[in-house]
Ligand binder design. Sequence first.
Ligand SMILES: *Cc1c(COP(=O)(O)O)cnc(C)c1O
Length: 295
Amino acid sequence: MQAIIPENITTDTISLPELAAKDVQIDILRLDKIHPVISGNKWFKLRYYLEDAIKLGKKHILTFGGAWSNHIVATAAACKYHRLNCTGIIRGEEPARYSATLREAVSYGMQFHFSSRPDYADKKIPDALNAADTYIIPEGGYGTLGAQGASAILQYCEQSSYTHICCAVGTGTMAAGLIRAANAGQRVIAFSVLKNNYQLTDAIHSLINVEKEFTLIHDYHFGGYAKYTPALISFINQFYRQTTIPLDFVYTGKLLYGIISCVKNEVLPPGARILAIHSGGLQGNTSMPKGTLIF
Ligand SMILES: *Cc1c(COP(=O)(O)O)cnc(C)c1O
């Protein structure tokens, strides 16, 4: 297994004409460089769950996700790293051919239980898997321990240089961690990749346990979770040509599209110093037809 190397994280300043026009700086925190498959933010979010499991003497990790889930493959890799057994409860019937994500998870030793959509929605766990030595990590790593792990992300940059910290949001766990770690006067702007998921505000508040403001933006989902449009794809390709930074189409592509739009319309104010979290997810690009992206 390829090593997981947090020291590989860099902060890359990007240079684009539309940013210079507004005297805005965007630095990208490259959590994607930790490992080619394990999404950067997932590594951070899993940390305290796994420590908790080990402390409690659990031998078997169980979690939930879809066939292209970054969380599933990251959990599989992290369990291999910690020598824990693991099972993924996967949404939907067992496919004739596994996705690249599931194949990768199998290569790390994960076992699967395929769950019908209604059972998956209820997060049903078969009795055989629900033993005393099993530790359950919630879907997507959502929870206080996940947020606690994500709050360490900002230790990998010169945090005080930024006025705004921007991230993509699925469950809101990473955003909650960043909000907890943000300095007074530093604003977290979180871009939801789900369509009209207005319960996110409460979901995030319940993980930050202090009164802190943040901004949640719902305008850049491109049709919904894992949906995309030609405009998004051409943006990701153009961004790669201009910066040589690869983005994924589920999270970070929508994030950067959103940030740059908000610079143009001054929702992000002229003069802003923005840290954008590249939370990884590049493995998910293999779900698109070959040739869609230029990298
Ligand atoms: C899971 C994931 C997110 C979303 O993180 P949440 O904590 O669920 O909001 C963002 N970016 C990438 C690349 C991810 O894999």
